[in-house]
Design a protein around this ligand. Structure first.
Ligand SMILES: Cc1ncc(COP(=O)(O)O)c(C=O)c1O
Length: 414
């Protein structure tokens, strides 16, 4: 009789998250939403007291940032940050090759060129050792992404940016409340860009925010989100409309209160899950830089070594693990060199000239580390897994050990 759940055996657990322990505040979401409705101030208009303004202040305070501006989403935040820095045609911006397409497409949307750098095989974030080779006289900025379950190496990024006079826009779409040396993600670079899209740790369905420490940059952002109007004398930047509604801010305020409670729990559970992986055969946790004092990841990720499983592909291992613990494991984004959702060269708007078109064609980039992670090595679970009580993390060790012991059952399926 089969032992593995994938082939009909009894799973290690049918619910890894039994006793889940993350807080939600739907009561407050409802309360704040009704406040907005009754107030009649449904938008986010400069100079008008609104729920959006309240959340901006609270998000700035939570992150200990001087300024915060809410915008429509975490793609527009990147685009507006780039335009605030006056980055455009003729410029290059360095990005990791493994990220959501928005990190790079925002660069194309300002007519600059995203230059892809491969990622660190043990953190999945941009490989800082490979950045210098990608810098040219046209390079203006780096957009490091604090991807999934780790932060990009800020201790190496900040000196590099100073050495070459490059701006840093931290893409924090996966890092709400993560900390490096007790300082919040998004406050190290010129800008910290956040998304509040449905899958994120804090969400209003859609939404985005920029953190920044420079006042002039703040007013440039405020001008750009409101059609290029001049709200501070002498500061206006031609733009469109990137305003959020106060209904979204109402939900975000309540979500932030829940997140403030959850953030240390997410960090603690992440450590427990890492420890459980370290105990299991044929897998390893991501390397955690000791400067990370709080990791509030968007996903939990660990690394799989198929040679320890007689060559069984990561895809089958992930299916077997999902079946053992009643929780879905998947892999990373497709690397941008061949992502199904990243094809800026196919858009007429980007056909500026032949050399630009060649420069933004994704297939020009070779990203072997990202490819290997995506295809073979990464095992990823959505951030809901951080609700797992730490004492249940050992079920993961048990499940992986069980798959390892009974790998013949999987080999027979191939
Ligand atoms: C790393 C990263 N950057 C940027 C974004 C863009 O955010 P939004 O969906 O709010 O536009 C996302 C969204 O998934 C993301 O994962």
């Amino acid at each position: 009789m089969s032992k593995l759940a994938l082939v009909g055996g009894k799973p290690v657990t049918d619910n890894l998250l039994a006793g889940a322990r993350l807080t939600t505040r739907s009561d407050l979401e409802r309360q704040y939403l009704l406040e907005v409705l009754d107030s009649g101030t449904w938008d986010d208009w400069p100079g008008v007291e609104s729920m959006a303004k309240k959340f901006e202040n609270e998000w700035a305070a939570y992150n200990k940032s001087r300024f915060c501006a809410l915008l429509t989403n975490g793609t527009h935040t990147l685009q507006v940050a780039l335009e605030t820095l006056d980055i455009g045609f003729g410029d290059e911006v360095i990005v990791p090759g493994l990220t959501w397409q928005a990190t790079a497409s925002a660069i194309c949307d300002v007519n600059a060129v995203p230059v892809m750098v491969d990622v660190d095989p043990e953190t999945l974030c941009i490989d800082t050792a490979k950045i210098e080779a990608a810098i040219t006289p046209r390079t203006r900025a780096i957009i490091p992404v604090h991807l999934y379950h780790r932060m990009a190496d800020l201790d190496r990024l900040i000196p590099l940016s100073r050495k070459y006079n490059l701006a840093i826009i931290e893409d924090c779409a996966h890092a709400h409340g993560s900390q490096w040396d007790a300082q919040n993600a998004g406050t190290f670079g010129d800008f910290g860009s956040f998304s509040f899209q449905r899958s994120k740790l804090i969400t209003a369905g859609e939404g985005g925010a920029l953190l920044m420490q420079d006042e002039e940059n703040y007013w440039k952002v405020v001008s750009q989100r409101s059609c290029g109007r001049e709200f501070r004398q002498g500061i206006k930047v031609h733009s469109g409309n990137y305003r959020i509604t106060s209904f979204q801010a109402a939900v975000l305020r309540a979500q932030l209160q829940a997140h403030a409670v959850n953030a240390p729990i997410i960090n603690q559970t992440g450590l427990a899950l890492d420890a459980a992986i370290a105990e299991a055969p044929g897998v390893q946790p991501l390397r955690r830089n000791p400067h990370i004092t709080r990791q509030c990841g968007y996903a939990f990720v660990f690394l799989y070594d198929r040679s320890a499983f007689d060559g069984i592909e990561g895809k089958l291992f992930r299916k077997a693990l999902s079946a053992e613990v009643g929780y879905d494991f998947t892999t990373t984004y497709t690397p941008l060199s061949h992502s199904e959702v990243y094809s800026p060269h196919q858009k007429k708007r980007h056909h500026l000239n032949r050399s630009y078109l060649e420069a933004i064609t994704p297939s020009r980039w070779n990203l072997p580390v990202a490819d290997d992670l995506w295809q073979h090595r990464a095992v990823l679970a959505g951030w809901g897994i951080f609700a797992c009580p730490p004492e249940r993390a050992s079920l993961l060790t048990e499940a992986i050990a069980k798959i390892h012991l009974n790998r013949n059952e999987l080999l027979r399926m191939i």
